[in-house]
Each structure stands twice: as C-alpha cells, then as structure tokens.
Design a protein around this ligand. Structure first.
Ligand code: IPM
Ligand code: MG
Length: 353
C-alpha cells in the first residue's frame, strides 16, 4: 500500500512521542513493503504561537490530503490558567474533529497482565478486562448552542436522529466483531436527548439479533466500570459521557500511557493516544510512547493490515515483558528507559522479526 500520513505532533510531550510513532510506522512499512510519506503540520498551542490559530487551514488541508492522521497531543498550561484567553489549544482538536467529520471515537480499554498491579483497583477485578468505548465525537454539548454572561450560562445537548443512528451503527457493528455484547450508556431517566438515543437503539436492536444489547444509566455505568470492568464488551455513548467514562477507563488499566484511540467518520481518520500533552514532562524523555505506537497499530488495522497491527502489538508486549519501560511503569529497582529508548527497542524488534 501507499500511505500518506499527516503528522500532527502538537504540544508538550507530543513531538517526542510522535517521533516514536513515525519511526515504528516506517519500520513496519519497510518490513511489509508499503510506501509511506509524511507531511508534518502544526496544531494546538504551537500553532497559536506561530499563526494565531490552533487548527490552521493549511493543517486542515494536510489532513484532507492524507490517508490518515497521526496525532499526538495539544494543550499548554499558559492557556489553562487564563480563563479570558480567546483561543485555546483544545479548540484546535475540536475543530479537527468537526471539520474532518470524525463522529466515531473508538477508545479501547485493554489491560496488560504485567501492569494490572499498577491499577488502583484490585488485581483480580481488572485482570482480563477488555472493552471498547465508542464515543460520539461531533455532537452533544460540545457543539450545541452555548451562552454565557455573568448571571447565567448554558450548553445545549443537541442530537439529531441521523447523528444518533450512525454512531449506534458503529457500536452494533463493533459488538458483532467482538463478543456481541453492547451496552448503550445514557441518562434516559432525566435527559430528553438520552430518551431519543434509547428509543433509536431499541429500534435498531432488531437488526442485530446476535448482539445482546443492554441499557445503562451513565452514573450506574461509572460505578460498574470500577466494580466489574469485565462486564463490558462494547459500550456506546454520547460525547460528554464518553469523555468522562474513557478517562475512568484509562486509569483502571494501570497506565494512561498505554491507550491508543481512533477517530473515524466522513474524512481522514485520526489516530492518537488518549492521554494529553503532559507539559511538565516536555523534553525530559520520560513520556511513555506506547499509546502513540499502539495508535499506529490501530491505523494499520483500520486499513485491514492485520499482520502489521499484530506485529506492533507483539513488539509492545515484548518490550513490557523485557522490562523496557518508561519510569511510571518500571518495576521497582528496574532500569528506567526513556521515550526514545523504548521506541528504538520496538523499532529494532520489528526490524528483526
Ligand atoms: C479528550 C479530551 C478532549 C475532550 C479535550 C482536550 C477537549 O479530554 O479527547 O477526551 O474533552 O474531548
Ligand atoms: Mg477527555
């Protein structure tokens, strides 16, 4: 295949982990005889500093011209502490999602046996937990009408039938490819938008008779995720609930630095770690590159390059087994590897296998 990749490294640790993702992409392409070319483009705080826009038109064009986007992270504390800032790095991420029509955000929550002891939950609860959260990404409160003055403010949780149908379809189809268990997460006891979600899901259920579909209020789902994470196979939910639940999901696995994600929809798909830009670690060579590297695995899998994705997953597992790990997951007394060293070890493993 020919892969044209737009590389959006962004802020904080973004450039460091991005480099590892690109190196792994190149190593896998070399191994399997694919051609790959990269176009780097700016986004986030970096782009605000350079051109005053966190998702400039040129970056949008680079994304549109590519087969896939390898995204890293955006965000900078100088904006977090300034509530009056007119433009913020996160707006770049939201603009990218909207302009590329990335309505389906796939966030797998996968545990690695050798890391379950790092989980804040009891090992026996998390061991073997493996589910996928499908988060709607271009609607709901994030994008609905907003208003704010000094006395009142609102965000509108607006959803239309086509928006709900298309994301539920992704959920049902994912469940068909996995263990055929779909949990529709909503707040239908309170919210009208959730009642429409549930109604449409119930209408669609009949078309997927093999899928066991259940419905759960979001508060209950948040509880269930820590009481019994293995209950879940595929969950599908709206934008805001998905944002919250996927942070919860990421920490039960033991390290946020291991979870990749894919955002897909109308235009070029985007593959990115679920963690943020960790500005405090910028330039220190301590950030875990595995989530970014696993995003590359998801990229290959999206294009049905299964062996390529599998090799990356095997290399990541091997690096963990060999204790080639960044500080936050290193076993006590073990040697601490840097971002670059972990990346290089994985590239080497791929090239030699
Ligand atoms: C995420 C992030 C973003 C979101 C922020 C950075 C705007 O938390 O991707 O989950 O809320 O969607
Ligand atoms: Mg989030």
């Amino acid at each position: 295949m020919n892969f044209k990749i737009a590389v959006l490294a962004g802020d904080g640790i973004g450039p460091e982990i991005s480099k590892q993702g690109v190196d792994v992409m190149s190593a896998v392409c070399a191994k399997f005889g694919h051609n790959v070319s990269y176009t780097e483009a700016i986004c986030g705080a970096d782009a605000i500093d350079k051109v005053g826009d966190p998702f400039p038109e040129e970056t949008f064009q680079a994304c549109m011209d590519a087969d896939a986007v390898l995204f890293s992270a955006v965000g900078d504390p100088k904006f977090d502490n300034n509530p009056t800032a007119k433009v913020r790095p996160e707006q770049g991420l939201l603009a990218m999602r909207k302009k590329l029509g990335l309505y389906a955000n796939i966030r797998p929550v996968e545990t690695f046996d050798c890391l379950v002891h790092k989980s804040p939950l009891k090992e026996e609860l998390v061991k073997g937990a493996d589910f996928v959260c499908i988060r709607e990404l271009t609607g709901g409160m994030y994008f609905g009408e907003k208003y704010q003055d000094d006395e009142k403010a609102y965000d509108t949780n607006y959803y239309t039938r086509p928006e709900i149908e298309r994301i539920l379809k992704v959920g049902f189809e994912y469940a068909m490819r996995r263990n055929k268990h779909l949990t529709v997460v909503d707040k239908a006891n309170v919210l009208a938008s959730s009642r429409l979600w549930r109604k449409i899901a119930q209408e669609m259920e009949g078309s997927y008779p093999e899928v066991k579909t259940d419905y759960m209020y979001v508060d209950n789902a948040a509880m269930r995720m820590i009481q019994d994470p293995r209950f879940f196979d595929v969950m599908v939910t709206e934008n805001t609930f998905g944002d919250i639940l996927t942070d919860e999901g990421s920490c039960i696995t033991g390290s946020m630095g291991l979870l990749p994600s894919a955002s897909t929809g109308d235009h070029t798909p985007v593959f990115e770690p679920i963690h943020g830009s960790w500005p405090q670690a910028k330039g220190l060579n301590i950030a875990n590159p595995l989530a970014q590297i696993l995003s590359v695995a998801m990229l290959f899998e999206y294009f049905e390059c299964k062996a390529e994705g599998a090799l990356i997953r095997k290399a990541v597992a091997a690096s963990l087994d060999a204790n080639v790990r960044t500080p936050e997951i290193q076993v006590s007394g073990g040697e601490k590897y840097g971002t670059k060293e972990v990346g290089a070890w994985i590239v080497d493993y791929i090239s030699k296998s």
